[in-house]
Design a protein around this ligand. Structure first.
Ligand SMILES: [Zn+2]
Length: 290
């Protein structure tokens, strides 16, 4: 494994691309580059062909509190790199679960409610009450979006936020595999882990998808009520061993005091641990070509 930084600063969110990544001709004949722009926590803008996808929108400012359920709060210690009003026109929002560090009151107020939110059945119910177009997926179920020749599928895959009693106190979570095809040929697969621990459930995902191009890995080693409820550095390395993506982009590592496992620790432990996996650090607001 080797570690690389971001390339290509983003000057606002624009459609023109300058990065060296694979180019995809669009219906309009223009060229685009698939990319990920990290905004903070697990919030990213993914561009896959003509599709623009927002993940786990967390727009609270530094000092504001995210509700984590059961009377628990955590105060954000970072600023989002971009505000909702600067988002491009979105095709989808993909939401792993309904926790205050993944969908907050700013997102609820500011996002366009007509953009479909693909999420768990649990989160779908609440989002519909808030007026959002929303689709809840059971594990392994898929949602499809089509634009001419281009097809984007979002498949819900298992995620385990915590085991035992603690697991029952937290909302259900899903991972998601986003697959972009052009004319029936798969162009790219992106797997977003969601807030999950490592474990056998990941092996089932690797078996179903042995050819993940990019894994967006929720880390942080989040500690809630004396339990670890997201992957720490060692679990993150185990995740890479099980999933074996071509590249991995860590997110969900620096934004709240409950995130106890720093990114630096993961980068240190991941170095050389899994041959063939490139770990890439996404800086806030910088468009990373995939
Ligand atoms: Zn979280």
């Amino acid at each position: 494994m080797f570690v690389t930084g971001s390339a290509g600063h983003e000057s606002g969110l624009r459609d023109e691309d300058t990065g060296p990544a694979k180019r995809v001709a669009t219906m309009a004949g223009r060229e685009r580059v698939d990319s990920l722009t990290f905004i903070g926590t697990a919030t990213t803008v993914l561009r896959l062909g003509p599709f623009k996808i927002l993940t786990d929108p967390n727009y609270l400012h530094r000092g504001q509190r995210a509700y984590l359920g059961k009377g628990l709060w955590s105060r954000r210690i970072t600023e989002p790199a971009m505000l909702p009003q600067h988002l491009p026109r979105l095709d989808l929002v993909v939401l792993s679960h309904l926790h205050g560090d993944h969908f907050d009151r700013v997102a609820r107020r500011m996002l366009d409610k007509s953009v479909p939110v693909i999420t768990t059945p649990h989160a779908e119910r609440r989002l519909r009450q808030w007026g959002f177009e929303s689709h809840g997926l059971q594990p392994w179920a898929r949602h499809e979006e089509r634009r001419g020749d281009h097809l984007l599928t979002v498949e819900s895959v298992p995620a385990i936020h915590a085991r035992g009693l603690m697991g029952r106190l937290l909302p259900p979570v899903m991972g998601s595999v986003l697959e972009h095809s052009v004319g029936g040929v798969v162009d790219r697969r992106v797997y977003i882990s969601g807030d999950t621990l490592t474990g056998d459930h990941l092996d089932a995902i690797a078996e179903a998808h042995p050819d993940i191009d990019t894994a967006v890995v929720h880390l942080g080693g989040t500690r809630v009520l004396f339990h670890t409820v997201t992957m720490d550095a060692a679990q993150g390395v185990d995740f890479l061993r099980r999933i074996r993506p071509r590249q991995a982009i860590p997110v969900h590592h620096s934004d709240y005091p409950v995130f106890r496992s720093p990114l630096s620790q993961f980068l240190l432990q991941a170095r050389g641990a899994v041959p063939g996996v490139e770990v890439r650090v996404a800086e806030g607001g910088v468009r990373l070509p995939l």
